[in-house]
Design a protein around this ligand. Sequence first.
Ligand SMILES: Nc1nc2c(c(=O)[nH]1)N[C@H]1C(S)=C(S)[C@@H](COP(=O)(O)OP(=O)(O)OC[C@H]3O[C@@H](n4cnc5c(=O)[nH]c(N)nc54)[C@H](O)[C@@H]3O)O[C@H]1N2
Ligand SMILES: Nc1nc2c(c(=O)[nH]1)N[C@H]1C(S)=C(S)[C@@H](COP(=O)(O)OP(=O)(O)OC[C@H]3O[C@@H](n4cnc5c(=O)[nH]c(N)nc54)[C@H](O)[C@@H]3O)O[C@H]1N2
Ligand code: SF4
Ligand SMILES: [Mo]
Length: 694
Amino acid sequence: MIVKTFCARMDHGGCGLLVHVEDGQIVRVEGDPESPLNQGTICAKGIAQVERLNHPDRLRRPMKRAGSKGEGKWERISWEEALATIAEKIKEKIQQGEERCIAFAQGTPKGLELYMMIRLANILRIPNMVTPGSICHMPRETAAMITCGFFPVPDYAYPPALVLVWGSNLFQTNEEGIIWSQLRQALERGAKLITIDPRKTQLAARAHLWLQPKPGTDLALALGMLKVIVEEELYDKEFVQKWTVGFEELKRHLREYPWKRVSEITWIPEEKIAGAARLYARTRPACIQWGNALEHNINSVQSARALMILKAVTGDLDSPGGNVNRSGPPIMRPGDFVLSKNFADKREKLLSPEFRLAALLGFTPSQAIVKAILSGKPYPIQVMYIQGGNPLLSYANAQETFQALKKLEFLVVADIFLTPTAQLADVVLPAATNFEFDDVGHYGLPHGFILARSKVVDPPEECWPDSLILNELGKKLGQEKFFWPNLRACLDELLKPAGMTYEDFQKAGILKGNWRYRSYEGWGFNTASRKVEIYSSRLEEWGYDPLPVYRELAQFLESDSGRTPRFPLIFTSAKDPNYFHSAYRNIPSLRKLSPDPVVLLHPDTAEKLNLQEGNWASIETPRGVIRQKVALSADLDPRVVVAAYGWWFPERRDLELLGWKESNINILTDNNPPYEPAIGSTNLRAVPCRVFKE
Ligand SMILES: Nc1nc2c(c(=O)[nH]1)N[C@H]1C(S)=C(S)[C@@H](COP(=O)(O)OP(=O)(O)OC[C@H]3O[C@@H](n4cnc5c(=O)[nH]c(N)nc54)[C@H](O)[C@@H]3O)O[C@H]1N2
Ligand SMILES: Nc1nc2c(c(=O)[nH]1)N[C@H]1C(S)=C(S)[C@@H](COP(=O)(O)OP(=O)(O)OC[C@H]3O[C@@H](n4cnc5c(=O)[nH]c(N)nc54)[C@H](O)[C@@H]3O)O[C@H]1N2
Ligand code: SF4
Ligand SMILES: [Mo]
């Protein structure tokens, strides 16, 4: 039997797949040639899903801790007991009037389960919902909303005449479900390419112009490019005049970014900055493909704002081949699904209301939770439920995260494997995963469509979909009226406003909204001024910079006051093409492709450090030391190293929590202030470090 569905959980998903089933087991997965997003392409991770689903180490039944935390002793329990235990803990806090001491946490959102979790939290008036939002997508999304009232996606199909790829490795990450082959097709149809990346990625290698910035200086570069475009009058005068506010203020602001200063900050020659700005502004239509790298420092929101301004002044915002507004299908809105009205005063109750953009979206940055667990301030967090996340590997400052998770009174983790984080839990729940239940892909994403991620096989043994776990937990907590008899009923309700059932949706596969260009022409933009707000009065009102101001990242300066810096190199990172964050190191075919955590060094740097390809090197910051295996790349700036992210060793049962701290990049990162002031991003990249031979 062959079932059509969509890929998920190996990145943000989106490829249409043909899943081959024999005797109730998935035996093979291939790309669906009829799917418009990928047209038959598939990647190594997509193929490897078969190994993941049938993996011998999968969690298959609920368990509770038998020994001390992290000791690795477990006792099998029934779902009845698991749910009753969790409900009891939650009820206890609610009865004490301390529901704020509970936190729900989600890793990368995967599907409907995120919204189900927020729904349950809102019903129970649990304020803190931790997500990677402050360092993933939300800086871009909020910057876009504030500037023009929608999240602009690249219009590859038109196609653009130029694509500016900025801090994105789209060919290997398919960031936010924009499948790489869409960009490749635009390039094949003649689009010019500018890439901004410290690494020579596949995209950089084929770019007309590759700019190699000092990591963490993107905002300065964007301001430098804007200065060229404004001074040389390369912008779309009519659009700027008619549809923007704050252009004159921007002009004045840019005086503070003379080319020379920008060049010194970014390490990019002045002429190259000007060349990129001219090529970008003169080639119309152009779109920007921005990536996650922009969000991994304390300038995250303002960097995204600067890129929004670049999109706007060229006049390509929401026009064909630019970055467009894709309205979604008329299904239940996420805000309604999560019952945000039931907890209207949530913002005031958050741990960190000072991050106003995070509060607006209703999430709590991870460091705020970690600090509250450890310090009890502004109030303690004692109970935590983590779903589909591995904070020991993904949160900044892993040592502190470890201390915090250990200190919790009660920790529940739902995962498909016994990760280092799950090993610290009191109760572990075996999640079913994609292909094992019906789900909606791209729900809540701004791409203007949703995908029917149909179930293909039953989950193994006692694995349950996350959404079902929460649905049943909700009922156990006496909230029957907010939950459903089964997940299909929930999905039908979600689709009802579109006049269809989940079954109808499955037949359609993809459900799009009503897409049109320049939708602002009727009502204007969805901002207070009805224009694109180059100067943001909203940010000003909140006490933030109304125009993007570049700030030095200033990390670990206290330990580098001597004449020869102790931490002379800078590390940055990128996602591994063959894994999803910290997951799937236990999948044989993927491990063969990326066997070790690899740190990339320039050959001259390696020589000075007496390191050779294949040696194990130590990487150190004031937060800690890790080890990774050296590979050389002459394309790197000698002052920069690229470290691997997400590493633990599922096979190393001899190491504490399966080697959670051996090679984990977040042992090196910091979670202390300063933070990005509006959303709470921490510096995960551009971190000063020292590298030495083991
Ligand atoms: N230093 C540094 N830190 C980073 C980043 C970085 O680039 N550098 N990237 C950041 C970004 S962008 C993000 S989004 C976060 C990601 O942070 P996390 O989401 O915490 O990272 P993952 O390793 O993907 O953890 C997801 C877990 O979900 C499990 N899982 C898979 N499918 C399912 C399922 O269906 N149900 C359940 N319950 N579990 C499932 C996997 O086994 C895995 O253990 O990390 C951030 N941290
Ligand atoms: N294979 C794979 N795919 C994934 C994921 C995964 O873990 N693995 N994770 C998913 C998630 S949650 C996310 S958020 C996306 C992220 O996907 P992307 O947006 O592509 O992000 P990254 O791969 O983290 O980094 C992108 C590029 O930024 C470069 N870079 C590093 N530092 C800087 C810098 O300071 N400035 C600039 N301009 N560039 C820099 C890196 O070299 C890299 O090539 O990928 C998604 N897809
Ligand atoms: S590119 Fe992403 S969505 Fe497509 S098959 Fe690979 S992992 Fe799945
Ligand atoms: Mo992410």
